[in-house]
Design a protein around this ligand. Structure first.
Ligand SMILES: NC(=O)c1ccc[n+]([C@@H]2O[C@H](COP(=O)([O-])OP(=O)(O)OC[C@H]3O[C@@H](n4cnc5c(N)ncnc54)[C@H](O)[C@@H]3O)[C@@H](O)[C@H]2O)c1
Length: 253
């Protein structure tokens, strides 16, 4: 993305976006595209080295903050600091996530189950809860929650991840309805395999099976993921809320 011209130059001029999990993978691709198209970005992640790399690339167009989305106190503190710097917030992308354990559910450690839920589901709730009053005050906002095709599928050996992402889809529906009269739209995407580091957490067996079930026969690209997320963040997306958008090369249908 970085070396390509903006597809929609200036689309996010005067917008400020907060992206969790924004230091790598899909989140970073979204940061790159939003900034490329005019936005300023607040990037939250727990990976300090990758945050620094993002800061080095985008300089004063971004504020990178080491924030764990499972920690509501960190969220409140970082949000206050970010709002002091940028004075506004228009867009939230909840991208922080982990896959967690691979294996049958009865062999999953309770601590692993809780970790996946806390990052993928609780984190989405905590950050949305903190940010939403600011979006309501402005009378305009876009929230995009990154779920997963596994939310609908419930794949074998991926119970905690699938359950956490199904939770995100359900939460998105309620959030969309709760905010329907405010100018703030909330939507989710359900990707299948997008070529990122997160895929390294999946077993070779899972990967082979997953690819065989994608009618388009390949993983999605980061550009394809950021294109959909950014459209959902834009003014052009105006008659969808609480919705879930498939991004699975046909697998999720
Ligand atoms: N890559 C795929 O195929 C795929 C498919 C479906 C859904 N997703 C979802 O897309 C999102 C992004 O995944 P990705 O593939 O880009 O993975 P990634 O591992 O490249 O990015 C996830 C980011 O979240 C950050 N993170 C993890 N725990 C965090 C925490 N507690 N607080 C703050 N940040 C935290 C990580 O440091 C990382 O930078 C995730 O929610 C993932 O579940 C990915």
């Amino acid at each position: 993305m970085k070396n390509q011209p903006a597809l929609f130059a200036g689309r996010f001029e005067n917008r400020v976006a907060l992206i969790t999990g924004g230091a790598s993978g899909i989140g970073r691709a979204v940061v790159d595209r939003l900034v490329h198209e005019g936005a300023k970005a607040i990037v939250w992640d727990i990976d300090a080295a990758k945050l620094q790399a993002c800061q080095n690339t985008h300089k004063d167009r971004v504020l990178t903050q080491r924030v764990d989305v499972t920690d509501d106190q960190q969220i409140q503190h970082a949000l206050k600091e970010a709002l002091q710097k940028f004075s506004q917030l228009d867009i939230l992308v909840n991208g922080a996530g982990i896959v967690g354990p691979n294996g049958p559910f009865w062999q999953v450690e309770v601590s692993d189950w809780e970790r996946v839920m806390r990052i993928n589901l609780f984190g989405t709730f905590y950050v949305s809860r903190a940010v939403t009053p600011h979006l309501i005050d402005q009378g305009w906002g876009r929230i995009v929650n990154i779920a997963s095709v596994t939310a609908n599928e419930g794949p074998k050996n991926l119970g905690p991840y699938a359950a956490s992402k199904a939770g995100v889809v359900g939460l998105t529906k309620s959030m969309g309805k709760d905010l329907a009269s405010t100018g703030v739209l909330v939507n989710a995407i359900t990707p299948a395999l997008i070529a990122t580091e997160l895929l390294q957490q999946l077993s070779a067996e899972y990967m082979a099976a997953a690819l065989s079930r994608i009618p388009l026969g390949r993983p999605g690209t980061l550009d394809e993921a950021s294109a959909l997320v950014c459209w959902l963040c834009s003014e052009e997306c105006s008659f969808s809320t609480g919705a879930t958008y498939d991004l699975s090369g046909g697998r999720g249908l």
